[in-house]
Design a protein around this ligand. Structure first.
Ligand code: AMP
Length: 187
């Protein structure tokens, strides 16, 4: 089972990825979490990453790809991958390196911008500075929407896309994802 979870900041993709990883008993790989871990570790890579995170910009591909590929190498062929790919070029690069079975299905958590904005503004408990500044929030959402459209089209064209309405409570969304997957993917 190789599942990719796409969703705007504030769509609940981290929560859903954790729930799905738990359900299927496979590793949960979050590019955002891996990047924040580098920042916390204070490595040189982490300092470079921090500059992008603080501005609400995407981290350069060469840094993200190196970090995500290392995590995938340890995942033993099954994973819930969340936050990556974020762009069409990341998706194409990952397929070139890992083959077409990089993703069995791609779940897109669809959420209106105003809901994402509200959720992000209320997210203060986990100490993520990139989530609190309204300007940074707006930049991240704009960036996300611009990058996501071609990526969504790409996975739809490949017959891998499963779109799920994300505003309902988390447990309901998890149930909707599992039902949609059961209806569309081979066991
Ligand atoms: P997330 O936890 O997925 O919301 O990601 C937090 C931040 O990490 C994003 O705003 C980006 O700056 C960075 N990031 C996460 N995943 C990627 C990616 N695949 N490519 C580039 N930057 C990323």
């Amino acid at each position: 089972m190789r599942l990719i979870l796409l969703g705007a900041p504030g769509s609940g993709k981290g929560t859903q990825a954790a729930a799905l990883a738990n359900h299927f008993g496979v590793p949960h790989i979050s590019s955002g979490e891996l990047l924040r871990r580098q920042v916390a570790a204070g490595t040189e890579l982490g300092r470079e990453v921090a500059r992008s995170l603080e501005r609400g910009e995407l981290v350069p591909d060469r840094l993200v790809v190196a970090i995500v590929d290392e995590a995938l190498a340890h995942a033993d062929r099954s994973y819930i991958l969340e936050g990556f790919p974020r762009t069409l070029s990341q998706a194409r690069g990952a397929e070139a390196r890992h083959g077409p079975r990089f993703a069995d299905a791609v779940v897109f958590l669809e959420v209106p911008d105003n809901v994402a904005r509200q959720r992000l503004a209320g997210r203060t408990s986990d100490g993520r500075a990139d989530d609190r500044d309204p300007e940074v929030i707006d930049r991240r959402l704009r960036r996300f929407n611009a990058d996501m459209e071609p990526l969504i089209d790409y996975y739809r064209d490949h017959g891998l896309l499963v779109t799920v309405d994300a505003p309902p409570p988390p447990q309901e969304v998890t149930r909707a994802i599992l039902a949609a997957l059961a209806a569309t993917t081979q066991p």
